[in-house]
Design a protein. Structure first.
Length: 252
């Protein structure tokens, strides 16, 4: 692939202007993008696509303390937002200053915004800034990062909702966990009952039972799609089906 040699003899990728997913053919832009993808995959085999790139960025970090300032880091080079196996995303800077590249996972906890001349992104207490020589590339990277983070937040929310909904539906249908987990759950319930017994004796009425989760139509659909992979759920449905068939045959 084309590109300048960085310190240490490492080839620095030369990304195309703008963004786009990797495709084949004789298009020079696509060929360059494929070449960059091969460079990245030598660093991480789980990378499957390049969402957006920038020709050159310089990395800064915001120092802690009463008067925080931007401190230039020893990281600069080509930037890529990449997609990995399992719907994971990373920000990667192929460092031209030393062999240590900069890799930062993009998940729902990352905050990103343009602040003066820097594209700032924060995760926890760490605050980084990227200086772009091309302001259009900065805008493109900001837009893609924002969409990736928003999408990751939606995925995380769906996973949490589906897990709660699945547990609620399985409990309502009487689908228990494995035998070991059943025994552990029974022991926990017995311990809770023993701990609560003196208190219940002092109370005239027991505390009200917690309200069960009520699923709407969409949540039920998503939960059923999840349960269809559970053999215990299939066994329960199949047993009910056989009972219905047997009852119909007996009445006929």
């Amino acid at each position: 692939m084309s590109g300048k040699k960085g310190k240490g003899g490492k080839a620095a990728a030369t990304p195309p202007q703008g963004s786009g997913s990797v495709s084949g053919g004789g298009d020079p832009v696509a060929l360059k993008l494929n070449a960059n993808l091969r460079v990245l995959q030598r660093l991480d085999r789980s990378i499957v696509d390049i969402l957006v790139s920038a020709s050159h960025v310089a990395m800064y970090s915001l120092t802690a303390g009463p008067s925080p300032t931007w401190e230039k880091k020893d990281v600069e080079g080509s930037l890529f937002i990449v997609k990995k196996d399992g719907m994971a995303f990373d920000l990667v800077v192929l460092n031209r200053n030393n062999p240590a590249n900069f890799v930062h996972e993009l998940d729902e906890s990352v905050q990103v915004k343009i602040m003066e001349k820097l594209l700032m992104f924060k995760k926890g207490e760490q605050v980084h800034g990227l200086y772009f020589h091309d302001t259009k590339e900065r805008a493109n990277v900001h837009d893609v990062m924002s969409k990736v983070i928003q999408n990751q937040a939606m995925v995380e929310e769906k996973v949490t909702v589906n897990a709660v909904a699945t547990a609620s539906l399985m409990s309502a249908l009487g689908i228990n966990k494995g035998p070991g987990q059943q025994q552990q759950q029974q022991q926990q319930q017995q311990q809770q009952q023993q701990q609560q017994q003196p208190q219940l004796q002092r109370q005239q009425q027991p505390p009200p039972a917690p309200a069960s989760l009520v699923l709407d139509k969409k949540s039920l659909q998503l939960t059923l799609l999840s349960l269809i992979q559970d053999d215990r759920f299939i066994d329960l449905v199949h047993a009910q089906y056989l009972r219905v068939v047997s009852a119909r045959q007996g009445s006929g």
